[in-house]
Design a protein around this ligand. Structure first.
Ligand code: ZN
Length: 178
Protein backbone atom coordinates (compact mmCIF):
# COMPACT_ATOMS: atom_id res chain seq x y z
CA UNK A 1 0.00 0.00 0.00
CA UNK A 2 1.38 3.33 -1.05
CA UNK A 3 -0.11 6.60 -0.05
CA UNK A 4 0.32 9.73 -2.11
CA UNK A 5 0.39 13.24 -0.78
CA UNK A 6 -2.99 14.94 -1.24
CA UNK A 7 -2.71 18.44 -2.64
CA UNK A 8 -4.62 21.08 -0.73
CA UNK A 9 -6.84 23.84 -2.11
CA UNK A 10 -4.65 26.75 -3.15
CA UNK A 11 -2.16 24.44 -4.86
CA UNK A 12 -1.97 25.58 -8.47
CA UNK A 13 -2.10 22.04 -9.82
CA UNK A 14 -5.74 21.79 -8.71
CA UNK A 15 -6.65 24.55 -11.19
CA UNK A 16 -5.14 22.86 -14.23
CA UNK A 17 -6.84 20.78 -16.91
CA UNK A 18 -5.74 17.15 -17.15
CA UNK A 19 -4.53 15.28 -20.21
CA UNK A 20 -6.25 12.12 -21.41
CA UNK A 21 -4.52 8.79 -20.83
CA UNK A 22 -3.32 7.52 -24.23
CA UNK A 23 -2.15 4.11 -23.13
CA UNK A 24 -2.33 2.15 -19.90
CA UNK A 25 1.15 1.52 -18.54
CA UNK A 26 2.37 -0.33 -15.45
CA UNK A 27 3.22 3.07 -14.01
CA UNK A 28 -0.33 4.33 -14.51
CA UNK A 29 -1.72 1.14 -12.94
CA UNK A 30 0.42 1.79 -9.88
CA UNK A 31 -0.90 5.35 -9.78
CA UNK A 32 -4.49 4.03 -9.81
CA UNK A 33 -3.74 1.58 -7.01
CA UNK A 34 -2.09 4.32 -4.98
CA UNK A 35 -5.06 6.62 -5.58
CA UNK A 36 -7.41 3.96 -4.20
CA UNK A 37 -5.16 3.42 -1.16
CA UNK A 38 -4.94 7.17 -0.59
CA UNK A 39 -8.71 7.63 -0.92
CA UNK A 40 -9.51 4.82 1.53
CA UNK A 41 -6.86 5.99 3.97
CA UNK A 42 -8.41 9.47 3.98
CA UNK A 43 -11.94 8.06 4.27
CA UNK A 44 -12.97 9.73 1.06
CA UNK A 45 -15.50 8.55 -1.49
CA UNK A 46 -13.58 9.80 -4.50
CA UNK A 47 -10.20 11.08 -5.62
CA UNK A 48 -8.96 12.59 -8.86
CA UNK A 49 -5.37 12.30 -10.14
CA UNK A 50 -4.64 16.05 -9.91
CA UNK A 51 -5.32 15.78 -6.18
CA UNK A 52 -2.18 13.68 -5.94
CA UNK A 53 -0.31 15.98 -8.31
CA UNK A 54 -0.77 14.08 -11.58
CA UNK A 55 -2.44 15.89 -14.47
CA UNK A 56 -4.06 12.84 -16.02
CA UNK A 57 -7.74 12.15 -16.58
CA UNK A 58 -8.17 9.47 -13.93
CA UNK A 59 -10.61 9.32 -11.04
CA UNK A 60 -11.44 6.67 -8.47
CA UNK A 61 -14.75 6.53 -6.64
CA UNK A 62 -16.13 4.26 -3.95
CA UNK A 63 -19.36 5.34 -2.38
CA UNK A 64 -19.57 2.16 -0.35
CA UNK A 65 -21.55 0.14 -2.90
CA UNK A 66 -23.93 -2.55 -1.63
CA UNK A 67 -26.70 -1.06 0.32
CA UNK A 68 -26.59 2.33 -1.28
CA UNK A 69 -29.98 1.29 -2.54
CA UNK A 70 -29.76 3.42 -5.65
CA UNK A 71 -29.29 0.55 -8.02
CA UNK A 72 -26.15 2.09 -9.40
CA UNK A 73 -24.93 -0.31 -12.00
CA UNK A 74 -22.85 -0.37 -15.12
CA UNK A 75 -24.28 -1.20 -18.52
CA UNK A 76 -24.09 -4.94 -17.83
CA UNK A 77 -26.12 -4.58 -14.70
CA UNK A 78 -23.22 -5.31 -12.40
CA UNK A 79 -22.82 -3.18 -9.36
CA UNK A 80 -19.21 -2.23 -9.39
CA UNK A 81 -17.28 -0.59 -6.67
CA UNK A 82 -14.70 0.85 -6.54
CA UNK A 83 -15.01 2.62 -9.84
CA UNK A 84 -11.94 3.55 -11.83
CA UNK A 85 -12.76 6.09 -14.52
CA UNK A 86 -10.09 6.83 -17.10
CA UNK A 87 -10.81 9.66 -19.56
CA UNK A 88 -14.38 10.02 -18.29
CA UNK A 89 -16.86 11.87 -20.44
CA UNK A 90 -20.28 12.78 -19.10
CA UNK A 91 -22.82 11.88 -21.76
CA UNK A 92 -26.05 12.75 -20.07
CA UNK A 93 -27.36 14.33 -16.89
CA UNK A 94 -30.82 14.91 -15.51
CA UNK A 95 -32.60 16.07 -12.42
CA UNK A 96 -31.15 18.07 -9.60
CA UNK A 97 -29.97 17.50 -6.05
CA UNK A 98 -28.70 19.99 -3.52
CA UNK A 99 -26.61 18.69 -0.70
CA UNK A 100 -23.50 18.87 1.38
CA UNK A 101 -20.27 18.33 -0.45
CA UNK A 102 -16.69 18.13 0.72
CA UNK A 103 -13.31 17.43 -0.78
CA UNK A 104 -10.14 15.71 0.40
CA UNK A 105 -8.27 18.78 -0.88
CA UNK A 106 -10.21 20.94 1.55
CA UNK A 107 -10.26 18.89 4.74
CA UNK A 108 -12.66 19.75 7.52
CA UNK A 109 -14.89 21.91 5.35
CA UNK A 110 -18.07 21.44 3.38
CA UNK A 111 -20.60 23.43 1.45
CA UNK A 112 -23.94 23.08 -0.29
CA UNK A 113 -23.72 22.29 -3.98
CA UNK A 114 -26.42 21.58 -6.55
CA UNK A 115 -25.63 18.74 -8.93
CA UNK A 116 -27.57 16.60 -11.38
CA UNK A 117 -29.35 13.71 -9.69
CA UNK A 118 -28.48 11.35 -12.55
CA UNK A 119 -25.43 11.07 -14.73
CA UNK A 120 -24.38 8.74 -17.48
CA UNK A 121 -20.66 8.64 -18.09
CA UNK A 122 -18.45 6.94 -20.62
CA UNK A 123 -15.00 5.99 -19.38
CA UNK A 124 -12.28 3.40 -19.65
CA UNK A 125 -11.41 1.13 -16.78
CA UNK A 126 -7.88 0.27 -15.62
CA UNK A 127 -7.62 -2.22 -18.50
CA UNK A 128 -8.73 0.42 -21.01
CA UNK A 129 -12.04 -1.32 -21.58
CA UNK A 130 -14.71 1.18 -22.41
CA UNK A 131 -17.64 1.24 -20.04
CA UNK A 132 -20.86 3.15 -19.63
CA UNK A 133 -21.72 3.90 -16.03
CA UNK A 134 -24.92 5.36 -14.70
CA UNK A 135 -25.26 6.83 -11.25
CA UNK A 136 -27.84 8.59 -9.16
CA UNK A 137 -27.73 10.56 -5.92
CA UNK A 138 -24.35 10.25 -4.16
CA UNK A 139 -22.71 8.45 -7.09
CA UNK A 140 -23.94 11.11 -9.53
CA UNK A 141 -22.60 13.80 -7.20
CA UNK A 142 -19.25 12.05 -6.84
CA UNK A 143 -18.85 11.58 -10.61
CA UNK A 144 -19.58 15.28 -11.26
CA UNK A 145 -17.27 16.41 -8.47
CA UNK A 146 -14.38 14.24 -9.65
CA UNK A 147 -14.85 15.06 -13.36
CA UNK A 148 -14.71 18.75 -12.39
CA UNK A 149 -11.29 18.15 -10.82
CA UNK A 150 -10.03 16.93 -14.20
CA UNK A 151 -10.96 20.34 -15.63
CA UNK A 152 -9.27 22.17 -12.78
CA UNK A 153 -12.56 23.04 -11.08
CA UNK A 154 -13.08 22.75 -7.32
CA UNK A 155 -16.53 22.51 -5.78
CA UNK A 156 -15.94 25.79 -3.94
CA UNK A 157 -16.59 27.55 -7.25
CA UNK A 158 -20.10 26.09 -7.22
CA UNK A 159 -20.93 26.34 -3.56
CA UNK A 160 -24.13 28.06 -2.50
CA UNK A 161 -23.57 30.25 0.52
CA UNK A 162 -20.51 29.83 2.71
CA UNK A 163 -18.28 26.91 3.40
CA UNK A 164 -18.69 25.55 6.89
CA UNK A 165 -16.59 23.48 9.24
CA UNK A 166 -17.39 19.82 9.58
CA UNK A 167 -16.18 17.57 12.31
CA UNK A 168 -14.25 14.57 11.11
CA UNK A 169 -16.19 11.40 11.67
CA UNK A 170 -14.17 8.97 9.64
CA UNK A 171 -15.96 5.94 11.06
CA UNK A 172 -19.28 6.60 9.39
CA UNK A 173 -17.85 7.23 5.97
CA UNK A 174 -20.23 10.17 5.49
CA UNK A 175 -20.78 12.10 2.34
CA UNK A 176 -17.90 14.48 2.82
CA UNK A 177 -14.47 14.03 1.48
CA UNK A 178 -14.14 13.31 -2.18
ZN1 ZN B 1 -12.57 16.90 -4.53
Amino acid sequence: MALRHIRIYGDEILTKACRPVQMMTPRTKILIRDMLDTMYDANGVGLAAPQVGILKQIVVIDIGEEGDGNGNTDADGNSSSPLVLVNPEILETSGEQTGQEGCLSLPGQAGMVTRPNYVKVKAFDENMHERIIEGTELLARAICHECDHLKGIMYVEKVEGDLFEVTDEPEDGGTDGK
